[in-house]
Write a protein that binds this ligand. Structure first.
Ligand SMILES: [Fe+2]
Ligand SMILES: [Fe+2]
Length: 147
């Protein structure tokens, strides 16, 4: 297999593990939110978790079907928090870290366009799509934090 495909499989598997961890973290945190304004925050965290689940599917398909790799079943590190503001902060940081990493993958794909004649547009489109979703999550979390 090409070196570039191997590298992309490795990076996309790290991304998949970040998505596994993010989904579980959002769902666990959603059960911990309490207080007067809890309901809309809980709803939003659950909605974001379902986006992360879609991202898992996208990354699995890119790894397995398009690049011929094996999708990881692993889980990146998760972070606990108690208070609502702390929960939102922890997840905001996770979203920003994910965006930074997905942009590295995106740049690698674009830089290797010629070596990916039957995969490039799909990889470019799907990774870009996930980055746009994560930017939406950042915006939503900032809104909940009152920023
Ligand atoms: Fe995601
Ligand atoms: Fe996200």
């Amino acid at each position: 297999m090409d070196k570039i495909k191997k590298e992309l499989i490795m990076m996309l598997n790290q991304a998949l593990e970040l998505e596994h961890a993010a989904r579980i973290q959002y769902l666990a945190h959603a059960e911990m939110i309490q207080g007067l304004d809890a309901e809309p925050v809980i709803e939003r965290l659950k909605e974001i978790a379902s986006d992360e689940q879609k991202h898992e599917g996208i990354f699995r398909e890119l790894i397995g079907n398009y690049l011929g790799g094996a999708p990881s079943m692993g889980l990146a590190e998760t972070h606990s928090a108690q208070k609502t503001s702390k929960i939102l902060e922890v997840n905001l940081k996770g979203e920003k870290d994910a965006i930074d990493f997905y942009k590295q993958i995106y740049r690698k794909v674009v830089a290797n366009k010629e070596a990916l004649p039957y995969e490039f547009e799909t990889l470019e489109h799907q990774i870009r799509h996930v980055i746009i979703d994560e930017q939406e999550h950042v915006t939503e979390l900032c809104l909940l934090l009152g920023r």
